[in-house]
Write a protein that binds this ligand. Sequence first.
Ligand code: NI
Ligand code: MN
Length: 225
Amino acid sequence: MKLKWLGHSCFIIEGNDRIIVDPFITGNPLCKEKIEDIEVDIVAVTHGHGDHLGDGIEIAKRNNAKLVAIHEIAQYAIKKGVDAEGINMGGGVKVKNTEIYMTPAWHSSGLDETDFSISTTPAGLVIKSGGVVYHAGDTCLFSDMKLIGELYKPDVALLPIGGRYTMDVKQAAMAAEWIGAKINIPMHYNTFDLIKADAMEFKRLAEQRGAKVIIIEPGEEIEVK
Ligand code: NI
Ligand code: MN
């Protein structure tokens, strides 16, 4: 499968289908793509914050894609005219040729409308589409990451390292060891000044713990097995 990083927590996974995760395009200073150029079959969302749900509604509509998210966000998307599937912790859904499962994430989550905010629950996602990718969403370190590793045996773990709102480099290095994915890719850093982090330091700390790290640049695509 191929993985392309669009900056922040946004990835396009090309496995059995083309899946965009956390499609934060508008307002993402690291993203060079335009919404019009994004072609996907599935839009997967970890939580309602603007830097994750992002342009998900518009991208799903433009592509006639299925949006997968926690029940409440799926219901919201359906009201906006999107074809959506709701899932929840421990469960999952098969969409086209891809399976998506939901894991916990420790964080908060609101979905901002113009004059009110809907509180939703944040999550991580395990995407099986040729290979197995664990996208941790926004989260702190928690020891059940060991369980996620044991249950889903991810090939790739996408881990936030920016601190402030999520794990920092030290915690993410511990997460990488616990999850035990074949490769770990840092995300959710250097998008804004508040989440500046040194990815090389994450790599050094994770590799001390026996976890492999690949640092990719925004816009870069890699092939993973
Ligand atoms: Ni968030
Ligand atoms: Mn975030």
